[in-house]
Ligand binder design. Structure first.
Ligand code: EPZ
Length: 427
């Protein structure tokens, strides 16, 4: 097992390239199961999560190959035959997105046996919306022995799917299934996250008929089969947000390349309120943002997580990492997941002053954080500890960094190149 050590207190300077989006590439790889033609995905990140998903797809009979290196790298998914419709517990329990194979298996093979999912322990994370939606499209569904057993002997039929609240995963799966269902499907209260739009565009390139991507209502006219596609994955707005917050917390000035201010969404005004400068920088060959940390402590800034275009839940913990040293009290409210505050007790080890009132963390900024041993509890909690560790005085040791490796490509390399004192140790 590895651990990461950080000697905090060094401002960051330089250029940092943002990788392809984890939360786009995972559903894109799953979408590769919808067709017997190759789906080529370019600009993909190399992460523990993409490797885990590749194993799931291979278990089902798909060929999954990484190709190239650097900016030209990617993944090719070719599911010419589905040799199994069973996604086993051992693989699916590692990562929630593996559960999403349920949709393509059902759409293409008309049956599926998929273990109930695992993933970050940030709430109960049920799958009722997926199952209700698929049942409305004509699937027979049972849950037996920890597996969802689904069958659609006569194929799936288009339906009106009114989701009671926004779910990214349910929207991904129902959208994928609807592309091959007979007739028209309308999804209301659909997720409009950029990752949904990315997947939808790739499905369109495969031949799917979809309208309304990026809005709350998506119309899909089913087609008999899909073809192949060559698709470039969007940049990771959540990774970009974490690095922007790392610069804000450490001070200095870093150009994040491959990302625009628009892609940072609701994080951008929140960072500006906090006193962080974020400007488009046109001197690079690709879009870039110059992030410059405030000279003094950041301003206390309240945020509330919401579905897109609101403040992303995946940036709640990293933003708290910045607010730990803010001047004043910040109220940070989490409305998407009921248990996404596990970073609070770890931040306290570094000297942060945070109390919880229901779904709200009350962060009273302190003048200084101090390095300490901490434990990464989930993916976004772990990057928060990196952000706080970079801002702290002394050495922070982050244990259980496998969480970090699920979602951040070469994190110590990227930050070291900007002057951070961060390194990995095998223990
Ligand atoms: C996706 O998870 C992301 N995962 C999460 O990122 C992200 O935090 C989340 O969307 C919200 O933006 C990937 O893209 C791989 P949801 P997902 O369904 O799809 C409840 C990260 O750190 N719900 O939008 O699982 C659910 O419990 C990860 O990269 C039901 O009740 O999230 C939650 O409270 C973590 N029933 C809310 O909806 C259902 O059937 C939103 O979850 C489905 C969801």
């Amino acid at each position: 097992m590895d651990r990461i050590l950080i000697e905090g207190g060094t401002p960051l300077h330089g250029t940092l390239a943002i990788s392809g989006s984890k939360n786009a590439v995972l559903p894109l790889m799953v979408a590769g199961l919808l067709t017997d033609q190759p789906v080529i995905l370019r600009g993909t990140p190399r992460l523990a999560d993409t490797r885990t998903l590749a194993s799931v797809l291979q278990e089902l009979g798909a060929e999954v190959e990484e190709f190239g290196s650097g900016p030209g790298e990617g993944v090719r998914v070719h599911a010419h035959d589905l040799t199994s419709v069973r996604a086993p517990y051992e693989l699916v329990s590692k990562m929630r997105a593996s559960f999403w194979v349920l949709g393509p298996l059902l759409a293409r093979a008309r049956k599926a046996e998929v273990s109930l999912p695992g993933g970050c322990a940030i709430g109960t994370r049920p799958v009722d919306l997926y199952l209700t939606g698929l049942a409305k499209m004509g699937a027979d569904i049972a849950v037996e022995g920890g597996y969802v057993i689904a069958a659609a002997r006569d194929g799936l039929k288009g339906a009106r799917l009114d989701l009671p609240f926004v779910s990214v995963g349910a929207t991904h799966v129902l959208l994928m299934v609807a592309t091959l269902a007979e007739g028209t499907t309308i999804i209301t209260n659909a997720a409009s996250e950029p990752e949904i739009v990315d997947v939808g565009r790739c499905l369109q390139a495969l031949g799917a008929q979809i309208d309304g991507l990026g809005t709350r209502t998506i119309h899909i006219s089913g087609v008999a089969q899909l073809g192949g596609a060559d698709h470039t994955v969007s940049r990771d707005r959540i990774e970009a947000g974490a690095y922007a917050l790392a610069v804000a917390a450490s001070g200095g000035s870093v150009d994040l390349t491959g990302i625009t201010g628009e892609e940072l969404g609701a994080l951008l005004p929140a960072m500006r309120l906090a006193g962080v400068q974020v400007e488009e920088n046109t001197t690079h060959t690709q879009p870039a943002l110059r992030v410059s940390g405030p000279d003094a402590r950041p301003n206390a800034t309240p945020v509330t997580t919401e579905p897109y275009p609101g403040f992303a839940t995946d940036l709640q913990a990293p933003f708290m990492g910045l607010m730990c040293r803010a001047n004043g009290v910040s109220r940070i409210r989490e409305t998407i997941f009921e248990n996404r505050f596990m970073h609070v007790q770890e931040l306290a080890r570094l000297g942060a002053d945070i109390s919880l009132e229901g779904d709200t963390a009350i962060v009273t900024g302190v003048d200084q954080l101090y390095g300490a041993p901490v434990m990464a509890t989930d993916l976004r909690a772990s990057v928060t500890l990196v952000i706080a560790g970079l801002a702290a005085r002394g050495t922070t040791t982050i244990n259980r960094v496998y969480h970090l490796d699920r979602g951040y490509e070469r994190i110590e390399e990227k930050l070291s190149a900007c002057g951070a004192k961060i390194w990995r140790e095998k223990i």
